[in-house]
Design a protein around this ligand. Structure first.
Ligand SMILES: Nc1ncnc2c1ncn2[C@@H]1O[C@H](COP(=O)(O)OP(=O)(O)O)[C@@H](O)[C@H]1O
Ligand SMILES: [Mg+2]
Length: 231
């Protein structure tokens, strides 16, 4: 049983991409093929009122996990550890402006976030290897996650090896200088990820080209790293 929350107040760092694809690789190994069709013990929950994860999921013909849009269902969000038939929950969250998501200009997002953070075993904080992502990531960790004492891990996403290692190494150095836990797995930039939502695919359905396999390998490695390290 585990509730993992993907969170960073900065938009565009890959929260929805990682939430959907981590759910897909978990479901790939955990769903009983002999079980009732479509019934997976893995649930992805979106509390982003703009619902990009659900928009994506709606386009996938044979979604391998369950999905719920629940930004306004605080009752359900408070029971994420106790949902019948569900062993693994991964929550996709919206970004926000300001120090904390409870501020009035964030449209009530704070209530939903409080509810999921109350059930979280681990917060996954994606960061992209660009200095612009550093400050919002720092605020997310120091103002929201650390005060609650929830275990968390920063994951570098969307690194393009063709750009060389300097942005990556600068980002790794920044995270380590702050003393934050950093996943060893780096999720590389692949166009297949960027196209997946519009094409109605999750990472387990990318096919078997070399690029597709590399894109899948990153998410599988990340999932393995998080599951063996997290309790
Ligand atoms: N590893 C990656 N490779 C290529 N494109 C990516 C990757 N991660 C995210 N993207 C793309 O970047 C954009 C922002 O990602 P998204 O998951 O929507 O971020 P967030 O949910 O944090 O706002 C999307 O178009 C997504 O497809
Ligand atoms: Mg998103």
């Amino acid at each position: 049983m585990g509730v993992h929350v993907v969170m960073n107040q900065k938009g565009g760092v890959g929260k929805s991409t990682l939430a959907m694809n981590l759910a897909a690789v978990k479901a790939d190994v955990l769903t009983d093929p002999a079980g009732e069709r479509g019934v997976s013990p893995v649930l992805a929950v979106s509390i982003d009122p703009q619902g990009s994860a659900v928009w994506w999921a709606d386009r996938v013909a044979d979604l391998p996990f369950r999905i719920a849009q629940a930004h306004d269902d605080v009752g359900m969000l408070g029971r994420l550890r106790h949902l019948p038939g569900i062993d693994h929950v991964i929550v996709d969250t919206p970004g926000w402006i300001g120090d904390t998501p409870g501020a009035t200009d964030n449209g009530g997002t704070g209530y939903a976030l409080d509810a999921v953070l109350g059930s979280a075993d681990l917060v996954i904080v994606p960061i992209v290897p660009e200095p612009l992502a550093f400050d919002p990531t720092a605020r997310t960790i120091t103002k929201v996650i650390e005060p609650l004492g929830i275990p968390y891990v920063v994951v570098i996403n969307d690194w393009d090896p063709r750009d060389g290692r300097s942005d990556l190494e600068q980002t790794q150095a920044f995270v380590r200088s702050r003393g934050w836990p950093l996943a060893r797995t780096v999720v590389r930039h692949y166009k297949v990820h960027a196209r997946a939502a519009a094409e109605g695919r999750v990472v387990t359905e990318y096919g078997s080209s070399r690029v597709a396999l590399q894109a899948r390998e990153d998410v599988q490695r990340l999932c393995l790293e998080l599951e063996v390290g997290a309790k």
